[in-house]
Write a protein that binds this ligand. Sequence first.
Ligand code: GUN
Length: 310
Amino acid sequence: MFSPFGAPAERNFVVGLRMQILDGKKAAQSIKDDLRIEVAQRANEGKKIPHLAAILVGNNGASETYVAAKVKACEETGFKSTLVRLADDISEFKLLEVIEDLNENTDVDGILVQLPLPKHISSKKVINAINPDKDVDGFHPMSVGKMVEGLPTFIPATPYGIMLLLEHYKIETKGKHAVVIGRSNIVGRPMSILLSGNSNPGNCTVTICHSHTQNLKEICLQGDIIVAALGIPEFVKPDMVKPGAVIIDVGITRVADSTRKSGFKLKGDVEYDTVAPSTSWITPVPGGVGPMTIAALMKNTFMSCKNKND
Ligand code: GUN
């Protein structure tokens, strides 16, 4: 499905192991390049071009960054985008009305509400209000149910992006033990379903770990693949990782750093410098899972547009 990269991945040679980077930036670019060509073709044929509507409530710095990156990806691929910015004290009722308007707008193919939402708003209610045919985040119970059944549907963007990254680099997953740390509906749970599915990538034996897991270190040490998605910076240390393991770092936490203009630096859930040398493949932070999440969202939006209009 994907063409291999021209340039070799960055390599390290430590204790006889060759560590390679799972470069999400490059893989995402190749997906976006393909989409841009397909969108241009659609435009030439007079077909509808994809339109993503993003709702951002409040002004959480990280959410602002993510939504801006999604809008930018739309520009790069020739998608139409609409950003709906709402004050953080907007009522749940008003937000549901905005979603209803977007549901009814036949020009809009995909709707996403950036999470987290302010505490007075129920994310469950909000997610349930999105028309499943436009649920490009794949969070609606209908989408989740279809994913569990292995039916065609929107897959949540982060786990979908990780599957695309594994596919892009032809990482062998069949029969491997994948340890997923974190059980969120956005990443951990869907990831465990996808990796255990009868697919390629997939066919893993999956262990899902969380805050009540006992012997976490011993379980991680059994992992041929570790997906760290718990949101604690540098949680995964070298003594938790089997030599040669494949490491997928989903964490992206802003950690204060006064030497930087922004005042922070981004840290993954894996202590990269100490863990990376003994792995076979690892995602960097930033530049690993993040760009793949956005590429996957673009693919979902493209699929929605085709499903509804062709
Ligand atoms: N917040 C963190 N990840 C995501 C995501 O994939 N989609 C949305 N809508 N919000 C998020």
